[in-house]
Design a protein around this ligand. Sequence first.
Ligand code: Z5A
Length: 206
Amino acid sequence: MTVRGRFITLEGIDGAGKSSHVSYIADRVREKGRHVVETREPGGTKAGEAVRAIVLHEAMDVRTEAFLMFGARTEHVVRVIEPALAAGDWIVCDRFTDSTFAYQCGGHSLPRAMFEALERAFEPAPKPDATFLFDLAPELAFERQRGQQRTPDRFEREQIDFFRRVREAYLERARNDPKRVHVVDASGPLDQVRANLERLLVPVLA
Ligand code: Z5A
């Protein structure tokens, strides 16, 4: 019988540096001889990537944004995540449901109960086995993003108070689920953050 794979997610405010660590985690899993699927949200499927292009760049009501995130996630779970886990693969996913609770409920103050109901009703959403939350002050994240050459997307144009609420919502998720959510201090230089991550990753890979 195939042993179900494991599901690892990375979370954090924009500019926390989590995308810099996706392939590192995937490589560490491969070293264990496991097959890995690297993916992201919103995205991960053809329809999900189309939704991503819309939510990152088109103006819309915050509820529209929230429902689009859930629609993209349903595709992702049904077509990619569940089949891969069932086949014994490991998933390393850049953002998942915690992002919705942090951005839409924390950042945009939409009611949490609405999303908890949606989560139950529309998704056969697997719960991540482990989540790494890259945590740093929004002021520092803004400074890092200033170094980037590309045009900021809709989220990146939000004000600092929005990201303070997003960060607090993430930290609350971590406090409520400390066995799953591992908080990585992301305030130092990249190699220091990597070392912080590695310490927390070792028991997850065991
Ligand atoms: N969203 C949502 O609202 N609800 C949902 O349910 C979901 C998502 C699933 C996705 O865009 C957006 O969708 C996201 C939330 C929302 N908001 N935004 N924007 P995205 O995937 O493009 O956004 P992101 O995840 O924030 O992408 P990112 O730009 O890749 O950010 P990051 O992963 O946090 O950081 P990074 O790219 O690895 O690093 C940022 C820069 O900092 C880069 O120049 C690095 O070289 C640099 N960096 C990284 N680490 C360090 C350290 N330690 N020191 C110095 N500089 C560093």
